[in-house]
Design a protein around this ligand. Structure first.
Ligand code: ADP
Length: 202
């Protein structure tokens, strides 16, 4: 395939949207979290930290068996919290394993626990002085959280975190499939209308 044609094909296929908040670039991309070349990717893990399906399984397969050896030593993780490991064979140097809640529409604790999972990842990234982090849509697969509600929580928690100064220069949301990606794009566009700190770049 000629280079120009190849570039055009990549441009159509690779959906992405970028915004700036103070000194941090906030990106949404449609893609695979295991391919992200960032300081840390976030895993949507379960309390055992011993691997599972969905994004958890994909991360363990791509990182190799050393990741399970390390997570076995961590003694699990409570819902709403997160723990750090190395990234092993992943392009990302580290993995932050976050445990989001199982969705229960009548439980008022559920939104708080999802926000806490995102906040703990950002706090760990800050403690480690990371410059870049990539998140999947935590709890929106097997754990059943509706994509639009989870997206609001992910973005509000991130914006609240960015009220303080941070080492993070790139926060990327990696969405698996076009429907999840468009939920993020639409939510950001709506939030940018009322939040003057949020500048949509493209
Ligand atoms: P949870 O148990 O927290 O719901 P899942 O892994 O079942 O976690 O799903 C979380 C989200 O991650 C879902 O929206 C799913 O489509 C998405 N997902 C699955 N695999 C990947 C991947 N390789 N990269 C990015 N997102 C992924």
């Amino acid at each position: 395939m000629a280079w120009g044609v190849c570039q055009a094909w990549v441009a159509c296929w690779a959906e992405s949207m970028r915004c700036r908040i103070v000194q941090t670039l906030l990106e949404c991309v449609e893609g695979d979290i295991t391919a992200q070349e960032v300081d840390a990717i976030v895993n949507a893990a379960n309390e055992s930290l011993l691997g599972g399906g969905g994004v958890d399984g994909a991360i363990h397969r791509a990182a190799g068996p050393e990741l399970l050896e390390e997570t076995r030593r961590l003694g699990g993780c409570r819902t709403g919290d997160a723990k750090l490991t190395r990234g092993y064979r992943l392009p990302a140097r580290y993995v932050i394993h976050a445990v989001g809640p199982v969705y229960r529409p009548d439980d008022p604790d559920v939104p708080r626990l999802l926000a806490s999972a995102y906040r703990r990842c950002l706090e760990i990234a800050q403690q480690q002085a990371f410059a870049s982090i990539a998140f999947p849509a935590i709890s929106t697969g097997v754990y059943g959280y509706p994509q639009a509600e989870a997206c609001e929580i992910a973005l509000h928690t991130t914006l609240e975190f960015l009220d303080q100064s941070t080492s993070l220069r790139l926060i990327r949301f990696v969405l698996f499939g076009a429907p999840a990606y468009s939920v993020y794009v639409q939510t950001i566009q709506r939030m940018a209308q009322t939040d003057s700190r949020l500048h949509v770049l493209d």
